[in-house]
Design a protein. Structure first.
Length: 90
């Protein structure tokens, strides 16, 4: 099974990237590079969804309509990230 979630990735002042999935409360990650941040975000989302399913809780649908605060002038990306189940990704 796979899901697709919108992920917002922003570069921090120190050059690292922070990636969050707005549709999944408090689910995010970071990486030293953009590819690493995306890989870590996929793992975090996969584990988040696995936990929801294990507890029998509802899995929220993606919301591709996100707002990105660009007031700090740093670069940002909005990406539709296809998520593989943790068991499949191993």
């Amino acid at each position: 099974m796979s899901d697709t979630y919108t992920v917002v990735v922003k570069q921090e002042a120190d050059g690292r990237y922070v990636a969050v999935a707005p549709a999944l409360r408090d689910c995010g990650s970071f990486g030293d590079t953009l590819p690493e941040a995306l890989q870590m975000a996929e793992e975090a989302i996969s584990l988040y969804l696995e936990g929801l399913r294990e507890h029998g809780w509802e899995v929220p649908p993606d919301n591709p309509f996100v707002t990105v605060d660009m007031s700090d002038g740093r670069e940002a990306f909005v990406i539709a990230l296809k998520i593989r189940e943790a068991a499949q990704a191993a």
